[in-house]
Every structure is written in C-alpha cells, then in structure tokens.
Design a protein around this ligand. Structure first.
Ligand SMILES: C[S@@+](CC[C@H](N)C(=O)[O-])C[C@H]1O[C@@H](n2cnc3c(N)ncnc32)[C@H](O)[C@@H]1O
Length: 211
C-alpha cells in the first residue's frame, strides 16, 4: 500500500475513533486518561516553563495537550495542528473560551514557535512497510524541527517490546530508540535525551536546541 493510501486510511481510522468516543483519550486511541497523561508528562520535559512560551502540538487530536499544559498553570500560546479536520473542529469547539488556543489543519499557517510536541503520531502504520514508515517518520521529524526554535519532543512504540506482542500487531510501528537517538543527535542537536524508563511500551525523545 502506498503511503498516500495509508495516510488516507489512517485519517478514516482516527475520524471513526473520534465519532465513536468523542473528545476523550479513547477518541484519539489511548486506553484511557492515565496512558495519555504519563506520555504527556515525558513530552513536556523539553519545555522551560519559567517564562511564557509558544508551543505547537503536532498531531494534536482534540487538543488534550492544551488542557494538560493549562492545568500546570503555565503561561503559553498554543497551536494545535492535525491532518484531520474533525479533530481540529473538536479542538476549537472544546477550547472556545481560551484565547491562547489555536487549531488548524494547515501547518504552513502556524507561526514559528519555541517548542513542538508530537504525541503518539507515529504508532499506527496499518499496511505500510516498516521501511516506508520509517522513511516517513524521518521526513516528518525534519518538518517538525523547522517549526520550532528551542526544541521538540516525540514518542513512539518501542522495538524493545515483547516479540510476540509485536508479531501480533503488524499494523503498529515499533521504532528502534537507538536509531532515533542517533538520527536526532546527528541531524538536529547535540543535546538529545532518550527517555525509556516510564514503564510503557514506548519511548520519548527530547531534542533541545537552546543549550
Ligand atoms: C493517537 S492521536 C494523538 C493525539 C494527541 N497528540 C494526543 O496525544 O492526545 C494521533 C493524531 O495525530 C494526527 N497526525 C498523525 N500524523 C500527523 C501529521 N503528519 N501531521 C498532523 N497530524 C498528524 C492524527 O490525525 C491523529 O489525530
């Protein structure tokens, strides 16, 4: 299956989840709120919240990251970007009262931000080959890097998962954390952290550009 076809099918997959479960963690395919919150906590480690900041939430879904940042009492301007219009509409609708929340499907509309966070955007590859999906992730990371000045973070399912778990789910992408650590070090910044100690079948990478 071509990547274009995969992307289209994926859009349908996530749009269906949203229709079924609404603007909730299950509506963006998490098992529940805890699974989402643990991952968000890792992703926001790239941010220095001691002063107001601007942030892009890349693949924002309905904007749960906005609520997570807001609950911390931090001062920020938020841009949620998602390929799926329904997600963006849900984000706008549920964040109407927040003047610092902006949502779009078009990443070229987003002003340059200090930070970019990308939660769970690479996990499902459907029938795409491992190689094609890896190439797609690398291309996407390059775009993400260009959208922020101080740093970005992303997470992925890990290839250090049980072999039978991975064999049972050929539709999921289990990335090699060492490949991504090396790739980010070589291409984006000397300051890269690999977090693989939070008890889930995934890892998070933080790329700091302002050290
Ligand atoms: C599993 S959901 C996660 C949503 C949100 N980041 C969260 O953690 O609650 C993945 C979302 O990423 C979006 N997405 C995936 N790849 C994307 C891309 N290249 N650009 C924009 N959005 C993307 C999907 O449309 C989907 O809404």
């Amino acid at each position: 299956m071509s990547l274009k076809d995969t992307q289209k099918k994926l859009n349908d997959y996530f749009a269906e989840k949203l229709d079924q479960f609404g603007a909730t963690p299950k509506g963006v395919d998490y098992n529940g709120p805890e699974a989402q919150a643990v991952r968000f906590e890792q992703l926001v480690g790239v941010i220095d919240p001691s002063r107001p900041f601007t942030v892009v939430d890349y693949g924002c879904g309905y904007g749960a990251m906005f609520d997570f940042l807001h609950a911390k009492g931090w001062q920020f301007e938020y841009w949620g970007v998602d390929l799926i219009e329904k997600m963006v509409l849900a984000g706008r609708e549920t964040h109407r009262e927040f003047p610092n929340a902006h949502f779009t499907t078009d990443e070229t509309e987003v002003p340059p931000a200090e930070y970019l966070l990308a939660g769970a955007i690479f996990n499902i590859k459907l029938e795409a080959s491992y190689e094609d999906w890896r190439a797609f992730t690398v291309e996407t990371l390059q775009r993400m890097d260009r959208l922020c000045t101080k740093g970005f973070s992303f997470n992925m399912l890990t290839s250090y998962s049980d072999a039978d778990r991975m064999a049972q789910r050929p539709d999921l992408y289990f990335g090699d954390p060492l490949f991504y650590f090396d790739h980010c070090k070589r291409n984006f910044s000397r300051s890269v952290a690999l977090l693989h100690d939070y008890g889930l079948y995934d890892f998070t990478i933080l790329v700091r550009k302002d050290f």
